[in-house]
Each structure stands twice: as C-alpha cells, then as structure tokens.
Design a protein around this ligand. Structure first.
Ligand code: SF4
Ligand code: SF4
Length: 218
C-alpha cells in the first residue's frame, strides 16, 4: 500500500531515479527497516565543455528544489497514513572525518541506483554523476533494489581523475569493499573547496570531476 503510494508519486516525476534498500547495516536499524533513495538530475547536465562553477551550483540548487517538492508530497502521504519516517541530513556533521550520520551514497548503491565512480560520487547510467540524492527512512518492508557491488565505469576511463585540479582522486575502481580513502583524498578536496567560503559564503561546488564524466544522456 505505502510502496504503491510512493511509486504513484514518482510516476509524476519520470526523470527521477528511485529505489528501496534495507538498512540493517546502519545506525538507524533499530528504528527503521528500509530506506527510500531517490536521485534528482541536476537542472543543467553540464559537460566539461559547458561547465562553469556558477552553472554547476545552479544545477544543484534546481535539483534541490525538486527534491524538496517530492519530500513534501511524500511527507503528506506518510502523515496521512500514519507511517513514521525520518529524513536524515545530507550535510556532513563532522568537518574532520567529513561524514554524514547516514550515507546517501551507500544507500543509493544498495538500492541499485548506481555505483561509486572514480570521482567518489554515485554514478548512474542515465545521468552519470549529475544527480542530487535524497533519502527517507521508514519502518516498512519494500521490494528492494538489487545491490550494486562493483563499478561499471568503462575500463581505463580516468577523465574525472585528470579533471581534478588538485589531484585528489587516486584512479581507483570502486567495489563494495572499497574505502572512501582508497578513492579520494577527501580532506584535500574539502580543504580546497572550503577556501571559497571567505569570498562566496559557501564551499566551491567544484564538480569538475562530475562534469568530466562521459556517462549520461546529454
Ligand atoms: S570536487 Fe573538485 S577538488 Fe574535489 S575531487 Fe572533484 S574535481 Fe577534485
Ligand atoms: S569519468 Fe570515467 S572513471 Fe570517472 S566516474 Fe565517470 S566513467 Fe567513472
């Protein structure tokens, strides 16, 4: 019933990718059984040729607006049906380890939406890495997606690695036992993007390693 209602809402957003996964692995497993994960394409599907930081940031913000609209629809439906839920924060709560309380990326991979690219973000077949993720935790059973266990990046591709101006990416193909530190020097990436805060009041969106990805339909 709830799954049917959720699927009905997403039928109004055919461009959005979504799936379900069990979250027995997570710190929230005592309270919630499952996660709904959805991926909204950035408003602008920029390539390295069309990239600008401002356009990239705008694409992220446009996707955020769609995420918020969908969240409102889902929350209304869940409240009406008296289904408890929790929307974990996307933002990192720890500037040292740069981790969020619930990994959207890990949930997306487990729900079958994509894999982790050499750029350390979720890469989907349809949009490459140009998506914004959102998650809702619920204590309900769903038909779960098929977990993705290894990278589907083309053999030998290293466009994201070469696009990083700070050499933060290690040219490592992900699999389900990879550590984030195998793939990216995340502290270096964060440090360089944080230099922007003084002048722009926000971190640099960067995204060169996403714009450089050849995957996705343009
Ligand atoms: S976001 Fe920018 S700095 Fe960070 S890994 Fe990608 S290209 Fe490098
Ligand atoms: S640029 Fe190539 S290696 Fe990097 S995420 Fe995209 S497909 Fe994978």
């Amino acid at each position: 019933m709830i799954e049917k209602n959720i699927r009905s809402i997403f039928s109004e957003y055919p461009e959005v990718l979504y799936g379900f996964t069990d979250i027995a692995y997570s710190a929230y497993a005592d309270t919630y059984q499952s996660a709904l994960v959805f991926a909204v394409p950035f408003g602008e599907q920029l390539t390295i040729e069309t990239y600008s930081e401002e356009m990239f940031e705008k694409g992220i913000q446009d996707a955020k607006k769609i995420v918020e609209k969908i969240q409102i629809r889902l929350k209304e439906m869940l409240c009406k049906n008296e289904i408890p839920y929790y929307i974990p924060p996307l933002a990192q709560d720890n500037e040292i380890d740069l981790t969020a309380p619930f990994s959207f990326k890990f949930a997306a991979v487990n729900a079958g939406l994509g894999w982790i690219g050499k750029n350390d973000v979720v890469v989907t077949k349809k949009y490459g890495p140009r998506v914004r993720l959102s998650v809702i935790l619920m204590n309900e059973p769903f038909v779960y997606g098929e977990k993705v266990l290894h990278s589907n990046c083309p053999e030998g591709c290293r466009k994201c690695v070469d696009a990083c101006p700070h050499k933060a990416l290690h040219n490592v193909q992900w699999n389900s036992s990879s550590l984030r530190s195998d793939i990216i020097d995340y502290r270096l990436c964060n440090e360089k993007r944080s230099l922007y805060i003084k002048t722009h009041g926000r971190k640099h969106a960067c995204g060169l390693c996403m714009a450089a990805c050849p995957l996705g339909e343009f």
